[in-house]
Design a protein around this ligand. Structure first.
Ligand code: FPP
Length: 255
């Protein structure tokens, strides 16, 4: 235990602050198991997960990472028991209310990605309020994916583009231009995608944007994913050789 804490502290010390990712994305997985291990209801895991999101977002901001995107509720998560869905939505509402209170003061942008139509009028109203405030803020940006699915995002983009072509737009789009139809329009693609909770898949998260993302998987459950775990993920990222299909040292970024 002491050995592993030491290793984690080492990771923090070895981090090169000048080569951090600009955009980190995280799949918040393992809340349910975290709670079950403690004989708590699954919703206690989501509460702890939501609190941890705040901790890790603050940490990313303090490090100088510009964008943090998290997968909080997928298009498939509606299949969970109604009581769990409603507990997660309650936590999201609470988080949004707190963000609305603090975002201008702290200069934290909060953007919600996803199909918001099935959300409650209250949740949608809160999201609307964050959008209004967002215009006054330039700073660290957290993106919350709610009722989000990567395939759904690409389909919606394709439908919008097809409609524009029908209306006379030239049919010659590049990948860069198509990116502007995504929720992440204007943002760099995630440099690093982290999945805690032990599963080795992306589960329909940022499918368009992940083309050249570095992937980091860990068995640690999301509520246990501390700032020291974040340091480990960032250090792993800094030890990767990003070639973007090229040859090491020729083109692309050295990071
Ligand atoms: C996955 O863990 C987590 C979710 C489906 C919900 C995540 C939602 C929150 C943390 C609450 C609101 C979030 C924010 C950012 C305010 P799981 O339930 O699938 O865990 P398991 O795999 O251990 O069962």
């Amino acid at each position: 235990m002491i050995g592993s804490r030491k290793k984690q502290e080492e990771a923090g010390k070895q981090l090169d602050r000048s080569r951090l990712p600009r955009h980190v994305a995280i799949i918040l997985d393992g809340n349910g198991r975290w709670a079950q291990k403690r004989s708590l209801p699954r919703t206690a895991g989501h509460l702890s997960g939501a609190e941890n999101f705040r901790t890790i977002a603050n940490y990313c901001k303090a490090l100088g990472i510009s964008y943090l995107t998290v997968y909080a509720f997928s298009t498939e998560n509606w299949n969970r028991p109604a009581s769990e869905v409603s507990a997660i939505m309650g936590l999201l509402d609470r988080y949004l209310r707190e963000a609305i209170r603090d975002m201008v003061r702290d200069q934290n942008r909060l953007v919600v990605f996803g199909d918001l139509t099935p959300l409650s009028p209250e949740t949608r109203k809160l999201i609307e309020e964050t959008r209004d405030l967002d215009k006054q803020i330039q700073g660290f940006q957290a993106n919350l994916c709610i009722n989000y699915g990567g395939r759904d995002e690409i389909l919606r983009a394709a439908r919008r583009y097809a409609q524009e072509v029908r209306e006379g737009r030239e049919n010659d789009i590049t990948a860069e231009e198509f990116s502007e139809y995504m929720y992440t329009a204007g943002l760099p693609d995630p440099d690093l995608i982290i999945r805690p909770g032990g599963e080795l898949r992306l589960s329909n998260f940022l499918l368009w944007q992940c083309a050249y993302s570095e992937l980091y998987f860990t068995d640690v459950l999301w509520p246990d994913f501390t700032t020291a775990e974040m340091d480990k993920a960032l250090l792993a990222f800094q030890n990767r050789d990003r070639r973007y299909g090229g040859i090491h040292g020729v083109g692309g970024s050295e990071v």
